[in-house]
Design a protein around this ligand. Structure first.
Ligand SMILES: *[C@@H]1O[C@H](CO)[C@@H](O)[C@H](O)[C@H]1NC(C)=O
Ligand SMILES: *[C@@H]1O[C@H](CO)[C@@H](O)[C@H](O)[C@H]1NC(C)=O
Ligand SMILES: *[C@@H]1O[C@H](CO)[C@@H](O)[C@H](O)[C@H]1NC(C)=O
Ligand SMILES: *[C@@H]1O[C@H](CO)[C@@H](O)[C@H](O)[C@H]1NC(C)=O
Ligand SMILES: *[C@@H]1O[C@H](CO)[C@@H](O)[C@H](O)[C@H]1NC(C)=O
Ligand SMILES: *[C@@H]1O[C@H](CO)[C@@H](O)[C@H](O)[C@H]1NC(C)=O
Ligand SMILES: *[C@@H]1O[C@H](CO)[C@@H](O)[C@H](O)[C@H]1NC(C)=O
Ligand SMILES: *[C@@H]1O[C@H](CO)[C@@H](O)[C@H](O)[C@H]1NC(C)=O
Length: 907
């Protein structure tokens, strides 16, 4: 048996030196009857005389409801109405209080079939960014009460209801009671009340105003105990202010010669516990009588020896350091000593479980700034996720925000996307308070005024102001300097006639990389429609001072120069000497054309669909050129022989690279026999053994590049294209490990306006196929986004897309279920050997899960994906460059304090 700390309990006697008994009023109480309407209504509850009021001032969302009338009589009035949260994943109550004060927080839930569905809800309750508990309703009238003793870390407190399944969260009442700093002191963490009992044969529970702190005390009687009581008043003036009904009764063993025993079991065997026992002698003892006992727990461990409860005065014994039990079982024995003529007794018992408050809240100034931004731009009703802490927990981060999560420091906001949020007025100065911000996207709003100078004092590297037609055109001089020395990219509306087009293009190109790319390559956009024959569309991109305008026209007529005869194909492949691989439509051979290496895909004669796919791919590839799309060198359409000739991708496909099958001997050794865990140790210091795995940085690089290829198909091509078969085997790497998308055989032009999006044949690869597209036949770019999300999950986990041996066979569900424990490491490819930025991995996983959202409308667009991935890549590069401090500790080790610190102390 192992205890983290010395556990010798303190003992706190009643005293009358300090006047600590608080006035019997409700000062400092916040008593909310949730869902009470109208909003200014208050009332005094009959059984407690507590004044309740509506919760409207503390919450922005949810809808009021009432429990079924027939159940009312059983409950106190504050549970008659309730607030439910059908909208949004996380809904939060917000209190402005005093930092570092200790509060008892009580949330009460009585379902009472308020919605007539007779469906018992389950959901989670959070305190700030930390999970407090799960709430489950066991019956229509089985209420639950959850109490937490919590010290405020900021001057605001948020209590959030989090939807975890299908059912709708709700809350009946929420109460806050200030507590003295000197009570319920823990070494760390907050305290979840597990039990607070007194010993009385009457079934009614005790709370305010008998308990000045309004703790709830439940009567409890074991079958081996009996009760003694007194009418005399008991001094309860130690810090704990036990209520009189609790102090005036006590449990004693039913058989006076037997010890008194109390035991309980905590479900969570790892739980740390604090236990408070309250004692007072409540019998008028004869002069020669003594009540003295030893308290031991879990098989004889000493808790307190030779204890004599003072007469008619409460003493509290508690452990100053947390205790735990390896099987979650606690048993306490109270046994008379040899001096004693009377059996042991106990008046009250409180049992708490430690709730570790691990997740820090976002930097307080940044929270204030975000609140002001929310108010200034009236975003309350537009952004349902903008509740609770902006960055934490990650899972419920505010939409449009990206944060950095430094170890043991508050999270900071690093990007803010308010694109298309109908913002009006000027660019708020509050933005300047987000001092770590690097990306600011205010595009497609209705902002006016001038571009403010404060933007130049920030860490911003990308500002998107496009699509704000009323915004001033002049760029402040300091900002311009940053643009000129290329430390900042500013996207805004161009000047002149074409500004409308510029908006469209600039808005779709949200990433720095994509933007540079656009400037770097010849940007050809051909607006080709079958019905109309319009001229090409002029395009210009404005980034600060850089301006480029390219104009081009063309058609998709297959040009003669790129057409090869069959005999030329035979020559370049040396009669099909070397096979590179076999695909769905035929075999791929290695070849040489002049001095260039090529890959030649011969289409098999048998494939009926082959010719159609062939034509689709030829047409597409001759029309579309992008650094991250595999280039078509030429084709062969010679009688029965159809071939596509591509640029050669020396490093194979992503699948091979992930599995470690494809590797350069000169770079690394493939070590199979040693487990990777051991390798990590071997690796330390020697720097010689290396495993052939793609590093996290390489994976991110590949992800960014593949995403850019896809983004180009979706947004750079006219008409846009949908790839329809995004998967690791279609992401190829060249000799410099640059990634390119390949295999456009299934690609489709995205239908132009007015045409149907419905595809008669659903095509794609199982596992990567968008379930919505599969169900509805409705094709959009978002189907590629889905597939890309699956690829991202593979990059992170290196797990098969479907694996029947997993409880959740499909990778999207598997990752989702694994993440419920909050431990990202449980899913990350162990081959990475912990060499990655956890924040970055989280971001990618979040992004991937957004991409695979069952509803296509909720998936991000590829420009967004590119932007996010670029950020992750930047972090990883920064981490690799910057840090020798990779050895951060996950857990703090406690050195046991000297036992004397915990020696019992009487007060
Ligand atoms: C509530 O207050 C009224 C008036 O002050 C008093 O008569 C009544 O006894 C109180 N009830 C309780 C339960 O304290
Ligand atoms: C919480 O309420 C206070 C006012 O009581 C307000 O200033 C603050 O912005 C609110 N915070 C949140 C997160 O709603
Ligand atoms: C409790 O302690 C904090 C700081 O330690 C202080 O700000 C607060 O006022 C204290 N509260 C009481 C009731 O003493
Ligand atoms: C006392 O209660 C326990 C558990 O509730 C039960 O198993 C036991 O039979 C009871 N003993 C007596 C004497 O009633
Ligand atoms: C009380 O316990 C003792 C053993 O410690 C036993 O001999 C005695 O019979 C018990 N009395 C009753 C009333 O059960
Ligand atoms: C205590 O004294 C009373 C008489 O004053 C006597 O009846 C009783 O037996 C004594 N009890 C003990 C434990 O000595
Ligand atoms: C009390 O706990 C100890 C250690 O966990 C165990 O050995 C003993 O059987 C328990 N006693 C009872 C009465 O449960
Ligand atoms: C009470 O505790 C003391 C000190 O731990 C021990 O010496 C003594 O034997 C105990 N008495 C009983 C009756 O268990």
């Amino acid at each position: 048996m192992k205890f983290l700390h010395g556990f010798l309990p303190f003992l706190i006697l009643a005293f009358d030196i300090f006047e600590l008994v608080q006035a019997q009023d409700q000062s400092g109480f916040i008593s909310l009857d949730c869902g009470l309407v109208p909003k200014d209504r208050t009332y005094v509850e009959k059984s407690t005389n507590i004044t309740y009021r509506s919760d409207t001032d503390y919450i922005e969302s949810g809808s009021p409801g009432n429990i079924n009338e027939m159940y009312r009589a059983q409950f106190q009035q504050q549970t008659w109405s309730l607030r439910s949260f059908p909208e949004g994943q996380r809904n939060c109550y917000n209190f402005t209080l005093t930092v570092k004060r200790k509060y008892l927080i009580r949330a009460t839930f009585i379902y009472g079939n308020y919605d007539g569905l007779n469906q018992l809800p389950t959901f989670d309750l959070h305190i700030g960014p930390n999970k407090w508990t799960s709430v489950s309703t066991l019956g229509v009238t089985n209420g639950s009460i959850h109490e937490l003793i919590h010290v405020l870390t900021q001057d605001r407190l948020q209590v959030c209801l989090v939807k975890t399944g299908e059912t709708t969260p709700f809350i009946s009442s929420l109460e806050l009671r200030p507590l003295s700093n000197n009570t319920y002191v823990t070494q760390s963490g907050s305290l979840i009340a597990f039990a607070r009992v007194f010993f009385s044969p009457t079934p009614s529970f005790v709370r305010y105003d008998e308990d000045v702190h309004d703790r709830t005390w439940t009567p409890f009687l074991g079958n081996k105990t009996s009760v003694i009581s007194t009418d005399a008043s008991v001094d309860t003036s130690n810090f704990y202010n036990v209520p009189q009904p609790v102090a005036k009764t006590a449990a004693v063993p039913a058989n006076a010669t037997q010890p008194l025993t109390i035991d309980w079991t905590l479900d969570d065997i790892t739980a740390q516990s604090y236990i408070y026992m309250h004692f007072a002698e409540i019998e008028n003892l004869e002069a020669n009588a003594t009540r003295e006992f030893n308290i031991t727990f879990n098989g004889g461990r000493n808790w307190y020896s030779y204890f004599r409860p003072p007469k008619f005065s409460i003493t509290t014994i508690f452990n100053p350091g947390a205790v735990s039990s390896p099987d979650g079982k606690f048993n306490f024995t109270f046994e008379m000593t040899g001096n004693s003529s009377l059996p042991p007794l106990i008046n009250g018992l409180e049992i708490y479980k430690v709730l570790n408050i691990e997740q820090q809240e976002t930097d307080q100034d940044e929270v204030s700034a975000m609140m002001d931004i929310k108010t200034t731009y009236e975003l309350m009703n537009k952004r349902s996720s903008w509740q609770g802490d902006p960055c934490a927990p990650r899972l419920y981060r505010w939409e449009g925000l990206n944060c950095n999560y430094p170890v043991s420091e508050p999270p900071r906001i690093i990007s803010l996307n308010l694109s298309g949020s109908n913002l009006t007025g000027t660019i708020s100065f509050d933005i300047s308070k987000l001092t770590q911000l690097t990306v600011l996207d205010l595009s497609n709003n209705d902002l006016s005024g001038e571009i403010p100078e404060f933007l130049s004092d920030m860490k911003l590297t990308l500002i998107n102001l496009s699509g704000n037609l009323k915004l001033g055109r002049s760029v402040p001089e300091p900002l311009q300097r940053k643009i000129d020395n290329k430390s900042l990219i500013l996207i805004r509306d161009g000047t002149g006639k074409n500004s409308k087009n510029v908006v469209a293009i600039a808005a779709s190109v949200a990433s720095v990389f994509a933007l540079l790319l656009l400037l770097a390559i010849v940007f050809v956009i051909i607006k080709k429609k079958r019905k109309t024959n319009e001229a090409s569309m002029p395009v210009s991109v404005t980034t600060g001072t850089v301006k480029s305008e390219t104009r081009s026209s063309g058609s998709s007529i297959i040009t003669k120069e790129r057409k090869f005869t069959y005999s030329e194909v035979l020559k370049m492949t040396k009669n099909f000497e070397r096979v590179l691989g076999k695909g769905g439509f035929g075999t791929v051979y290695y070849g040489n054309l002049d001095d260039t290496q090529v890959a030649v895909k011969m289409l098999s004669h048998s494939s009926a669909q082959g010719y159609k796919e062939f034509k689709a791919e030829v047409e597409l590839l001759l029309r579309v050129h992008h650094r991250h799309l595999v280039g078509l060198v030429g084709y062969c359409d010679d009688g029965d022989n159809l071939a596509l000739i591509y640029e050669y991708m020396a490093n194979g496909d992503l699948r091979e690279n992930m599995s470690g099958k494809h590797f350069n001997l000169k770079d690394s050794y493939l070590v199979k026999s040693i487990s990777f865990h051991m390798l990590k140790h071997l690796n330390l210091g020697t720097g010689k053994l290396s495993v052939n795995v793609l590093s996290w940085e390489t994976r991110m690089q590949i992800a960014v590049e593949a995403a850019q290829g896809l983004e180009y198909l979706h947004n750079g091509c006219r008409p846009p294209m949908v790839h329809r078969d995004v998967k690791p085997t279609n992401i190829l790497l060249n000799e410099r490990s640059q990634a390119k998308l390949a295999d456009f055989g299934l690609s489709r032009s995205f239908p132009v306006d007015g045409e149907s999006h419905v595809m008669t044949i659903v095509a794609g690869t199982p596992g990567y196929l968008d379930p919505e597209y599969y169900r509805t036949n409705w094709l959009s770019e978002k189907s590629d986004v889905y597939s890309f999300g699956v690829v991202l999950l593979e990059l992170v986990t290196n797990q098969p897309v479907t694996d029947k041996t997993r409880e959740r066979p499909h990778i999207t569900e598997w990752v989702g279920s694994m993440l419920t424990n909050g431990d990202i490491r449980s899913i990350v490819d162990p081959k990475l050997m912990d060499d990655y930025d956890t924040n970055g991995v989280w971001k990618v996983v979040e992004l991937a899960l957004a991409c695979v959202n069952p509803s296509s409308s909720r998936r991000p667009t590829m420009p967004h994906v590119v932007m996010e991935l670029n950020e992750c890549l930047a972090y990883e590069i920064e981490r690799k460059q910057g840090s020798q401090e990779t050895y951060t500790k996950d857990s703090v080790e406690f050195s046991p304090s000297s036992v004397s610190d915990f020696a019992p102390r009487a007060r």
